[in-house]
Design a protein around this ligand. Structure first.
Ligand SMILES: [Zn+2]
Ligand SMILES: [Zn+2]
Length: 783
């Protein structure tokens, strides 16, 4: 073995070895199937340390499961359709999709994503993520399009997909409809103004520009002060429309003036009232977020706000204005304040499924357990069916046309999928009116409408070579911020299509943060790239950092953790070099110290296994690492004298324990453990990789209680004498011609003499007690 381990050279060589020997291929029939629904990273331009953090954590589990005898199905996909990818291409080329036009834009996206795909794949390979590249997919591939379009057609047949002209959540910047899950809260400064409609009706609002869209006024039925107003009519200042005053429980009488206006549409409550009271529709904002009412025609919303406040003030309608900070809904991708637009959209109906969805959440095994609450709260708070139409270009098309005469939707035949309605036409004629003229659907499907199908994409649902045995899958690993997007929508769709939960277990990872506990963002300039750090230290050392944080916790990137990983790698290499010159012969365990260390190993391995079974990989790593350092600092020191004599029992135990340590650490540090395995232990073994070898399983019976007790005493005595040597400035291997020692077995005596280089032990009538051993000792410096 080489004197020094060179991670850069070795990791590249080993990665190649894994690929050539298909170490991570899914082997049907080779054990119980353990299938992982790998998150397909979104192509949005950049892989940072946070990706390494969460993907490594799922990989620890995959590697453990593989070594535990499961047939692991661990695919990889890339999410390359949808708004994030479009935004990346727009930014990179400094264009807008609208400006270059549909066809050219799609071409541009296709060429741009090719480079990113390469970069993404290279990074995940470099980080040692043990996915099976034979099961690679992208969310825009022909096969995925087939599956996604089939899903839409089936949901339509079930009555779950419907098209409706309704108010839709809208991003004026990206000019597309959004779903509830794409919103987040942001705090903004705004002006809160009190407007006098009549001497009795005063309304406080942050959106006075919506006055022309006012269609009703609401008060609470519990509001005694304003009760007499109910049923009366009032005129909207400046714009002059007469509106009725209605009562509704959604009004909080203690908020503002207790009287609120309903405009079409200022917020979600407006939409609920519009539907519940069958109110008229007065549209004043267009799809670009501009005002369309004659009064403000063409103005931006904020300009209109300033203008109307000035006018209200001039005409005496403004009673008060106040600067406030308030929470508004923004589009999570671009942070633009959302608006509501009335549009014909396709929806997936799921509001009626809340009880089922809650029950499905109960059936899942969640780790950490508390993450289930986020799912429950999301399901409880659902207010909208799932809007899946997007007014964008680069996505999976709806397999759909409309009759030009009667607007009847015509769906494609499943046999013809994938279809692009823009370049093809449906079979036959309109079943309602017999017309043969069709208009294609130009909207595309939301990217989550497809990524919610990953379990079915993985099993090649309805395609040639369907892999039925992987469904339902075993595990969904993912980050906590997309519980409401990806986890939730996957349960919805897979349940509708299969009647089953898509997986049995879910593990939720936290985020990798920068060294100051801030989320990494390219725009903030704090996004660390993993490859330069892997080059500087090693992929193993980076993974070591990822393994130190508990599942579900956010963890800041600490270079000192990576350095600790490097130190462990070097120590493993040094021990390997020591073990390599002292290979085990036959199995022989004649020495109590050897039986002691193997019993300690059995305890550690059993703990690590139990922890891994509960997805507590960080606990498993800690146990394995603690054992290894203890093994180095004590056992290896204690047995050197026997190793130099070629003692068979010591050689056997040393190699047995070290190989087990390598296996326990293999899920975390796949490269160094493989490098040592191939050098030292491959010969004579049936497996070509440590990652296919058997995880160390120890029955309780393999723990030798007597050896444990005796070994512990010997260990304490040696540590005591070692400390004494250290305190007296003696080298640890300095010869002690004579000590007095009482209260130990003859075997213990031999071990202590050998380990501490003691030439003679005599009886100690008095002497100091060595704590926890029952031994007495007299140590004296020789003159
Ligand atoms: Zn947006
Ligand atoms: Zn028709």
């Amino acid at each position: 073995m080489k004197e020094r381990y060179d991670p850069k050279e070795s990791e590249a060589k080993i990665a190649k070895y894994w690929e050539e020997n298909r170490i991570y291929s899914f082997r049907k029939g080779a054990g119980k199937v353990y299938a992982i629904d790998t998150p397909p990273p979104t192509i949005s331009g950049f892989i940072h340390m946070g990706h390494v953090y969460s993907y490594s954590q799922a990989d620890f589990v995959a590697r453990y499961k593989r070594m535990s005898g499961n047939s692991v199905f661990y695919p990889f996909g890339l999410d390359n359709n949808g708004l994030p990818t479009e935004i990346l291409v727009e930014k990179q080329n400094n264009i807008t999709a609208e400006y270059v036009g549909r066809e050219k834009f799609i071409e541009l996206v296709e060429t741009t994503i090719k480079d990113y795909e390469r970069m993404y794949i290279e990074t995940y390979k470099r980080m040692g993520i043990s996915v099976d590249w034979n099961h690679y997919y992208t969310t825009i591939s022909r096969e995925t399009q087939k599956i996604s379009q089939r899903s839409f057609i089936e949901l339509n047949a079930m009555g779950r997909a419907y098209r409706k002209e309704t108010p839709t959540i809208w991003c004026p910047k990206d000019k597309t409809a959004l779903s509830q899950m794409e919103l987040e809260d942001r705090s903004f400064k705004s002006e809160f103004v009190k407007i006098r409609f009549s001497p009795e009706v005063v309304i406080a609002t942050t959106r006075p520009e919506m006055l022309p869209a006012c269609v009703a006024i609401f008060i609470s039925p519990d509001d005694k002060e304003h009760a007499r107003l109910a049923g009366k009519k009032v005129t909207v200042p400046i714009f002059g429309q007469e509106v009725e005053i209605l009562t509704d429980r959604r009004v909080d009488p203690k908020k503002g003036t207790g009287i609120v206006m309903c405009c079409t549409f200022g917020d979600m409550t407006d939409i609920e009232w519009y539907k519940a009271y069958n109110l008229p529709l007065r549209v004043v904002i267009n799809e670009k977020g501009q005002m369309t009412h004659g009064h403000f025609n063409g103005m931006k919303i904020k300009e209109a706000r300033v203008s109307i406040i000035r006018e209200l003030e001039e005409k005496g309608y403004l009673l008060e204005k106040e600067e406030i900070e308030h929470i508004v809904n923004v589009h999570e991708r671009c942070k633009t304040e959302i608006e509501f637009i009335v549009k014909k959209q396709w929806y997936i109906r799921y509001l009626d499924m809340k009880a089922d969805l809650r029950r499905l959440g109960e059936e899942l095994k969640w780790r950490p357990e508390h993450m289930k609450t986020r799912y429950d709260n999301w399901v409880k708070g659902l207010q909208w069916d799932w809007a899946i139409s997007r007014q964008r270009f680069f996505g999976i098309p709806f397999p759909l046309w409309y009759c030009a005469r009667c607007d009847e939707p015509m769906l494609a035949d499943i046999a013809d999928l994938p279809v692009n309605p823009l370049t093809s036409r449906p079979r036959g004629v309109c079943p309602s009116c017999g017309s043969a003229d069709f208009i294609p659907e130009v909207d595309v499907m939301d990217t989550w409408a497809t990524s919610s199908l990953t379990p079915l994409i993985n099993m090649r649902w309805g395609l040639e070579g369907e892999i039925k045995e992987i469904y339902p899958m075993s595990l969904r690993p993912q980050a906590h911020d997309i519980i409401s997007f990806w986890l939730f929508t996957t349960i919805v769709k897979c349940y509708l299509h299969t009647g089953k939960l898509p997986w049995s277990d879910v593990i939720i990872s936290g985020h990798g943060l920068d060294a100051h506990n801030k989320p990494m963002h390219k725009s903030a300039g704090n996004a660390l790239e993993p490859l330069p750090i892997a080059d500087k230290y090693s992929a193993d050392a980076l993974r070591y950092w990822a393994s130190s944080a508990k599942l579900g916790e956010d963890a800041s990137f600490q270079e000192k953790e990576v350095i600790a990983g490097s130190r462990l790698i070097n120590k493993l290499w040094n021990v390997a070099r020591f073990a390599s010159s002292n290979r085990a012969g036959k199995k022989e365990l004649s020495n109590v110290v050897d039986r002691w260390i193997l019993s300690r190993l059995a305890i550690a391995a059993r703990q690590a296994t139990a922890m891994f079974e509960e997805y507590n990989y960080s606990g498993a790593k800690r146990v394995a690492e603690d054992f290894f350092w203890f093994f180095c600092d004590n056992y290896l020191e204690f047995i050197k004298h026997r190793i130099y004599r070629g003692d068979a029992s010591a050689n056997y135990a040393l190699n047995e324990a070290f190989l087990a340590v390598l296996k326990l650490l293999a899920p975390f540090m796949p490269y160094i453990t493989e490098a040592i395995y191939l050098d030292l232990y491959r010969e004579g073994s049936e497996t070509s990789s440590i990652h296919l070898s058997q995880w160390p399983i120890f029955e309780e019976a393999s723990i030798d209680e007597a050896a444990l007790a005796e070994g512990e005493k010997i260990c304490r005595a040696i540590v005591y004498i070692r400390q004494w040597k250290h305190d007296n400035g003696l080298a640890l291997n300095a010869e002690l011609p004579e000590i007095a020692l009482e209260g130990c077995s003859s075997q213990a005596k031999d071990e202590i003499m050998g380990a501490m280089n003691i030439k003679k032990i005599v009886k100690a009538d008095t002497g100091t007690e060595i704590p926890g051993t029952g031994m007495k000792v007299i140590l004296k410096m020789q003159s």
